[in-house]
Structures are given as structure tokens and as C-alpha cells.
Design a binder for this molecule. Structure first.
Ligand code: HEM
Ligand SMILES: [Cu+2]
Length: 528
């Protein structure tokens, strides 16, 4: 599809990175900032993962063994917040920074200084959020959904720091999204027309619009909380004429698009990797673009499927049920296209492909349980049970997280100039695959049987399944130490990688050397 002219990278050696710490603090280079985001996300993945291990250790047996219920609630809340805002979102922004300019033949992101700021806000926001664990009254304990009045009238004092942290994360996300949009709209190489854009670029463009649409709503809702807590308003306080249900509407108007923010870039990644290892063009390219856009539009009209049990009008139940089910149509198109791309391809199963195939299969399981939850009358049984925990972990862990792992294996040769060890990569894949299923598959059943979520203890009939689930979680957690080892091992001791390590790969990122030079496409490539 594309060729490059010589882009004179050797002319720019004098523009190499600065030495030492200042390189990272002052950098405006999209590759450096991408690297910062990815390492930050990796660190948060381990912190959030540590909290998950604490939760699963407490739930290993019925009865209270390790931690008190108050602390348990802080762990679920911090786990959810850190995984969503600290691990998944920054990983995708890191990938966007590294890959979008290289994929569209641009020399950098459109707004490099804002790029630096949007990253450096994050360590402060998360340091502040994490520090709440050591404050009087402890960390936020009201769930990652922070429903009022739990998060207002009954919240620990640290909630004010939580609100500030959310504001900072929101500002960072909005800046990141503006940057992505400005880059894609303005900096494509000549000839890189819309329908030639790699799908990762398309899915990120659509994600960026979702971010700009909903992060201000999140900022609004935490500001209303701040007013209720400190300035005597009663937005969410029924005693003062406000409404806790209003909180839920506002939160989920942000929250449902947010779950698509965490999955659309994953769709783009998988759409890049599967064709490479099937050695075929992606089946149904334009239908992928339309399906992604449809999913994004629909995501704005389904929010109350999280609120079937609060007492919304009957017509509302029907509307949100039907609208939610509609999302299955474009999603089905995507899964069909990935499977059809593989059909009769000459497949090989390197680590990125293994993670991508597992993504297609296991994300579909999460999609199906989502459809089950969308059935309003049935949701009265599932609501706030472990069935929900199983559902969203299937879309988040073998969905979002597996796509990120796939992308690390796929692009690490480009980033570091070195190949990872295939045996270790595959071992990491299989341990994670087994771990994730052992952890979350049984939770469907314990949820259907009635075990509520967000509880530190449960009745004896749930004991066996919880023990299995905890063992799976420990396996999954331990396997990620192997992942860390593989990444570090690649960077320090991997074999040298060629410019294009995957024979079936297409796209501009493979036309530059490995590791990608500090400046690429300072002269735009020629695209035919
Ligand atoms: C193997 C890794 C993981 C394990 C073992 C795990 C385990 C758990 C557990 C036990 C809960 C508490 C459920 C409850 O009591 O309601 C939970 C909640 C949650 N997890 Fe995970 N988790 C993992 C990975 C992730 C990832 C990668 C994400 C996001 C990308 C995530 C997002 C959440 C969210 C949003 C909640 C809800 C928190 C809340 O109830 O407010 N988890 N997880
Ligand atoms: Cu939703």
C-alpha cells in the first residue's frame, strides 16, 4: 500500500535526545512521551494488581482473615480506579503517542508541549490518590462508581483529594484527546487519505471524540460532589431536595462511553495484528470504520442499563434495553471480520497473535454476558452480583489488557530495536490465559447463585468457587512478573530486530529502522 522516500534521518543526529533525567522531564518527543506513558501504565498495573491480590486473598475463604471490611472497600475502590484511569487509559495514550505519528507519516504529535504536560500531570494525580491510603479515615471506599451519598455525606475526608485527582486525570485525558485529533486531522502525510488510515488511527480518532464529550461530564459530577460536601448545596442529597439518582445518570453518561474508551483502541490493535499473522488484508476495512463509529454513537444512549433497578419508568427500561442490544450488531460485524480475516490465511501463532486470538474469543464471552445483563427483567437477578464482576473483567482483562500485551509484543522490536524471546512470550501468554479464565469464568456461576459484589465475606456455599477464583488470580498475578521480566530482558539482552520483524506486516511504522530513530518522517513519506 505504501512506500517511503528516503527521509534523511541521518541529517538529524544532532537533534538526538538530551542526556539524563532532563530528557524525560522536558521532552516533547512523541516517542519519549509514549515510553513514559507506557512505563507509568505498567507501574499502575502492578499497583492495581497488588490491590486485586489483597482482595482475592481476603476472599480465598469465607470469614474475615486478613483485612477489615473498611479496608476491603478501600481496596476494591482503589483497584478499580487505578486499573481504569492509571493502567488502561494511559497505556492506550502511550500507544497513540508512539504509533499514530509513525502510522500517518508525521514527524511528531501536533501539540508537543501540551503532550509533555498531559503526561506529567498523571504521576502527581496518582501519587495524591494513592496517598489517601495513609490519611485519617483512609482512602476512598465508595467503589470506582463513587455513588452519592456514599461519596458525599458518608465519605471519608480524603474524598476531596479524590475529587482533585479526578480533575487532574480528566484534564490530562482531554489534552491527550485534543492532541490526537489535531495530529490526525492536520499531520497526515500527503496521500494518506481517510480510507487509507490504519484502523488503530481510526479507532483512536473516534475514542478521542468520546473522551472530549464525556470527560467534562465527569469533571462536572465531581464538582457537584465538591459543592455538596463543602459549599452547602444539595445536588445529590434528597434531604435538601436533590437526587442520588441524578448522580447515577450523570456518572453513567460518562461511564458507559468510558468503557468504550477502554475498548475501541483495542479493536484497532487487534485489527493491525491479525492481518499480519494471517498474511491477508483485513477483511471488511470500511465496515470496521463504520462499525466503530456506530458503537461510539450508540454508547451515548445506553447509560441507564446500569440503572435498571433504581426505578426508572417502564418505557425507559425498554428503550435502554433495546438500545444496548443494538450495540451487538456493529460488534458482531467486527468479530465476523476478524474471524474472516483469519479464514484460509496462512496463520502463524507468535505471541502477539496468540493474545489477539484470545482477545477475539474471550472478549466475545464478555460481550455475550453483557447482552444477558442488558435484558432488563433478568438484570434484577444479576445486578450487583459477581456475574457483573465476571462480565466486566472479561471485557477488561482478556479484552483491553490482552490487547495492550499483544501490542507490546508486536511493537517492542520497533521501540527497542530488539526481539523478545518467543518461548518466554508464549509462556507468559498461556499462564495469563489459564489464569484469567480460572479467575473469572467461575464467577459467573457464583454470581448467578446470588453472591453480591463488593463484600469482604460470603456465605459458606460460595466457598469452593471463591477458592478457585483466588488461585486463578494468584496465577495471573504471578505471570505478570514474567511479563515484566520478558520486557526488561528484551530491552537489555534481546537479539537485534530488523526494521520489519513480521513478514506479513504492513504500514509506515515498518519502513523506518528498528529501533525507530528519535526523529522519523521529518520529510513526509510518499504514499501511493
Ligand atoms: C487478574 C487481574 C484482576 C483481578 C484478580 C481482579 C479482581 C477484582 C476483584 C476481586 C474485584 C472486586 C469485586 C467486588 O468485590 O465487587 C475487582 C473489581 C474491579 N476491577 Fe478488577 N481485577 C483484575 C484486573 C482488573 C483490570 C485489568 C481492570 C480494569 C481495566 C479491573 C477493573 C475493575 C473494576 C472497575 C472493579 C470494580 C471496582 C468497584 O467495585 O468499584 N480489574 N477486581
Ligand atoms: Cu454501560
Amino acid at each position: 500500500m505504501t512506500t517511503t522516500t528516503d527521509h534523511h534521518d541521518h541529517d538529524h543526529e544532532h537533534h538526538g535526545p538530551a542526556k539524563g533525567l532532563t530528557r524525560w522531564i522536558y521532552t516533547t518527543n512523541h516517542k519519549d512521551i509514549g515510553t513514559l506513558y507506557l512505563w507509568f501504565s505498567f507501574a499502575m498495573f502492578f499497583l492495581g494488581g497488588l490491590f486485586a491480590m489483597v482482595i482475592r486473598a481476603e476472599l480465598f475463604q469465607p470469614g474475615l482473615q486478613l483485612i477489615q471490611p473498611e479496608f476491603f472497600n478501600q481496596m476494591t475502590t482503589m483497584h478499580g480506579l487505578i486499573m481504569v484511569f492509571g493502567a488502561v487509559m494511559p497505556a492506550f495514550v502511550g500507544l497513540a503517542n508512539w504509533m499514530i505519528p509513525m502510522m500517518i507519516g508525521a514527524p511528531d504529535m501536533a501539540l508537543p508541549r501540551m503532550n509533555n504536560l498531559s503526561f506529567w500531570i498523571l504521576p502527581f494525580a496518582f501519587a495524591m490518590l494513592t496517598s489517601t491510603l495513609f490519611m485519617t479515615g483512609g482512602a476512598p471506599n465508595f467503589g470506582w462508581t463513587f455513588y452519592a451519598p456514599l461519596s458525599t455525606t458518608y465519605a471519608p475526608p480524603s474524598v476531596t483529594y479524590f475529587i482533585f485527582a479526578i480533575h487532574l486525570m480528566g484534564a490530562s485525558s482531554i489534552m491527550g484527546a485534543i492532541n490526537v485529533i489535531a495530529t490526525i486531522l492536520n499531520m497526515r502525510a500527503p496521500g494518506m487519505t481517510w480510507m487509507k488510515l490504519p484502523l488503530f488511527v481510526w479507532t483512536w480518532l473516534i475514542t478521542a471524540f468520546l473522551l472530549i464529550a464525556v470527560m467534562p461530564v465527569l469533571a462536572g459530577v465531581v464538582t457537584m460532589m465538591l459543592m455538596d460536601i463543602h459549599f452547602g448545596t444539595s445536588f445529590f442529597n434528597a434531604a435538601g431536595g436533590g437526587s442520588p439518582v441524578l448522580f447515577q445518570h450523570l456518572f453513567w453518561f460518562f461511564g458507559h462511553p468510558e468503557v468504550y474508551i477502554m475498548i475501541l483502541p483495542a479493536f484497532g490493535i487487534v485489527s493491525a495484528i491479525i492481518p499480519t499473522f494471517a498474511r491477508k488484508k483485513l477483511f471488511g476495512y470500511s465496515s470496521m470504520v463504520y462499525a466503530t463509529s456506530s458503537i461510539a454513537l450508540l454508547s451515548f444512549i445506553v447509560w441507564a442499563h446500569h440503572m435498571f433497578t433504581v426505578g426508572i419508568p417502564f418505557a425507559g427500561e425498554l428503550f435502554f434495553m433495546a438500545a444496548t442490544m443494538l450495540i451487538a450488531v456493529p460488534t458482531g460485524v467486527k468479530v465476523f471480520n476478524w474471524v474472516t480475516t483469519m479464514f484460509r490465511g496462512s496463520l502463524t501463532f507468535e505471541t502477539p497473535m496468540l493474545f489477539s486470538i484470545a482477545f477475539v474469543v474471550l472478549f466475545s464471552i464478555g460481550g455475550f454476558s453483557g447482552l444477558m445483563l442488558a435484558v432488563a427483567p433478568a438484570d434484577f437477578q444479576y445486578h450487583d452480583t459477581y456475574f457483573v464482576v465476571a462480565h466486566f473483567h472479561y471485557v477488561l482483562v482478556p479484552g483491553a489488557i490482552f490487547s495492550i500485551m499483544a501490542s507490546v509484543y508486536y511493537w517492542l522490536p520497533k521501540w527497542s530495536g530488539r526481539m523478545y524471546n518467543e518461548t518466554l512470550g508464549k509462556t507468559h501468554f498461556w499462564l495469563s490465559f489459564v489464569g484469567v479464565n480460572v479467575t473469572f469464568f467461575p464467577q459467573h456461576f457464583v454470581g448467578l447463585a446470588g453472591m453480591p459484589r463488593r463484600i469482604p465475606d460470603y456465605s459458606a456455599q460460595f466457598a469452593d468457587i471463591n477458592m478457585i477464583s483466588s488461585m486463578g488470580a494468584f496465577l495471573f498475578g504471578a505471570s505478570q512478573l514474567l511479563f515484566l521480566f520478558v520486557v526488561i530482558h528484551t530491552i537489555v539482552a534481546g537479539k537485534k530486530a530488523p526494521a520489519k520483524p513480521w513478514e506479513g506486516a504492513e504500514g509506515l511504522e515498518w519502513e523506518v529502522a528498528s529501533p525507530a530513530p528519535y526523529h522519523t518522517f521529518t520529510t513526509p513519506p510518499k504514499i501511493d
